[in-house]
Design a binder for this molecule. Structure first.
Ligand SMILES: [Zn+2]
Length: 557
């Protein structure tokens, strides 16, 4: 199945989401035959910079271009450029790879090759341009000072300030376009349109969660949606999105707010138990709790926070009068103090527990008027006494709270329940078999804690452990899998220790299948090697072209 991000990538200037200011200028330049020699496209990742560069290249080389300057999108030229496959006239360079930097140095010579046909333009697209070295920029500057006819350079970068630092003279020769972040509303609308085109239903909450996670990048949003679709049939639900993203269910945040509002430190321990049992990522939990506090603060200050799921919005409404803005600011302060610690700590659980305990036992903002009215040294009172029912200022620490029933209400946490006691794999004593043999059991055990983490692990194969480090190799590049395996390596390591008795540290790599010859040159490590080999297999003329140009073709998706 073709990835959604690829299938729905725009093919015409007219389709560039949110970036109409850029599209209008580039299209006009093509239509009037006034395209410049150098462009700089800046903006956050996944907002369409490379896509715009490819559309420009298509428009310059499309025999059926329409008078407004848009390429047809369908002819062979357009298709090849759009696919990022071999094309003599469009060269993509990933400056983030070592190879890319060398390629850029060689560019000066290469730029002298004319376009393959009269009337065509040679377009160089340089991604991650801020990674280019000073020498590479100097070589480029010489080309841009006397550009060969028909050659166009398009540089894309997320960090233009770095280019300003290393290559100010080049910058002055480039036309610069700043791409905008794509807002959550636009992302939701686009996801909805894609799902409609695919004939698939989805909850509003599900799309809200994806849009919030994507943080302005359409490509990330679509690849998360892809993962959700690959994980199951039927409508895309918020629960499935949480599973894919490792998000903590809203009701756990609601319970966190409750234990703070109720000042009940004893409720901290069972809550953390459930988080850990469910395989939740504690860093993610803290991030989510921070967002919830910020949203509550916004509500109290009269702004409507964007991107809230319905469940979280209700929880915030329920507790908004129990915590004052001052309390929330103090909680956020404590949270930021712990955030670095939780990433570093060998025991992140302890860090999160301590944070929640501090929240639950925190002195509340004293309402000065209430103190004056009620006599001098009253203990800290809950905020917003206006609401009546003032809870006792401080509760005695209770024995652990009774177990909460989370089954009811159809609002189940998305995280999987802990495995039943006595599940065979959990109970098994450590085996001395090699890890490769135990791998299926390890995967199954991990999956019983977190389905998505299990899927990610199932996509890997273990190499032999050396010096306590176990390399697991992802057969296919998958950034979401890689990220999850890295952030939850410890959970996997625990399972490995339990089932094999071996203490290893997990190291996740993305690799090409064993035995395949390494590509002659890499543009972005082995990630793209497979795809490239595929292209070559399909089109032998590509080998000749790649030899002639002495470079690999980068396929950026
Ligand atoms: Zn065309």
């Amino acid at each position: 199945m073709i990835a959604l991000a690829r299938r729905y990538r725009p093919k015409r200037f007219a389709d560039l989401l949110v970036q109409d200011h850029v599209a209008a200028v580039l299209r006009g330049a093509v239509a009037r035959g006034r395209v410049g020699h150098g462009y700089l496209l800046t903006g956050p990742r996944g907002v369409g910079k490379t896509t715009a560069a490819r559309i420009l290249a298509m428009a310059l080389n499309c025999p059926n271009r329409d008078p407004s300057g848009d390429p047809c999108g369908d002819c062979e030229n357009c298709a090849r450029i759009w696919n990022g496959s071999a094309n003599l006239d469009v060269v993509e360079i990933d400056a983030a790879s070592n190879r890319g930097v060398d390629d850029a140095r060689d560019l000066r010579e290469r730029a002298m090759y004319a376009a393959s046909q009269a009337g065509h333009h040679k377009v160089y697209i340089v991604d991650e341009a801020h990674m280019l070295t000073r020498e590479a920029w100097n070589a480029l500057l010489k080309i841009l000072e006397e550009p060969p006819p028909g050659v166009v350079f398009v540089f894309a970068t997320t960090e233009p300030q770095k280019i300003a630092a290393t290559a100010a003279p080049v910058l002055s020769r480039l036309q610069r376009f700043d791409f905008r972040r794509i807002g959550p509303t636009a992302i939701r609308a686009r996801l909805r349109a894609v799902l409609d085109a695919e004939g698939i239903a989805a909850d509003d909450d599900a799309l809200t969660l994806i849009a919030r996670h994507a943080d302005g990048g359409m490509r990330d949003a679509l690849s998360v949606l892809d993962q959700c679709l690959s994980l199951g049939e039927g409508a895309v639900t918020a629960a499935r999105v949480r599973e894919v993203l490792g998000l903590v269910a809203d009701d756990l945040f609601a319970e966190t707010l409750e234990l703070v509002a109720e000042r009940s430190p004893a409720a901290v321990f069972p809550l953390i138990d459930r988080l850990v049992d469910a395989g939740a990522d504690l860093v993610e939990f803290m991030g989510g709790a921070g967002e919830a506090l910020r949203a509550m603060l916004m509500l109290q200050l009269g702004t409507d926070p964007e991107g809230l799921t319905e469940g979280l919005r209700q929880a915030l409404q329920r507790y908004r009068d129990r915590l004052s803005p001052g309390d929330l600011v103090r909680m956020l302060k404590l949270l930021t103090d712990s955030e670095a610690a939780v990433r570093r700590s060998a025991n992140p659980r302890l860090v999160v527990e301590t944070l929640l305990l501090r929240w639950a036992m925190m002195d509340r903002t004293v309402d000065l008027e209430a103190v004056l009215a009620g006599g001098a040294a009253s203990p800290p009172a809950p905020a917003a006494p206006a609401r009546g029912s003032a809870a006792p200022a401080r509760r005695a620490v209770q024995s652990p709270a009774p177990e909460r029933d989370t089954g009811g209400g159809g609002n189940r946490p998305a995280v999987a329940p802990p495995p039943p006691a006595g599940a065979p794999s959990a109970a098994a004593s450590p085996s001395s078999a090699p890890l490769a043999e135990l791998w299926p059991d390890i995967v199954a055990e991990v999956r019983s804690h977190s389905r998505f983490l299990g899927e990610a692990l199932a996509a890997t194969s273990p190499k032999s452990a050396q010096d306590g480090v176990l390399d697991v190799v992802l057969g296919e590049p998958n950034p979401l899998f890689a990220e999850r395996l890295q952030t939850e390596a410890r959970a996997v390591e625990d399972v490995i220790r339990r089932l094999s008795g071996q203490g290893v540290r997990l190291r996740v790599t993305e690799g090409s299948p064993e035995g395949a010859p390494a590509p002659r040159r890499l543009t972005e490590a082995s990630l793209k090697a497979d795809r490239l080999r595929g292209f070559r297999a399909k089109d032998p003329s590509l080998d000749t072209a790649a030899d002639a140009l002495d470079l690999e073709i980068v396929d950026e998706v």
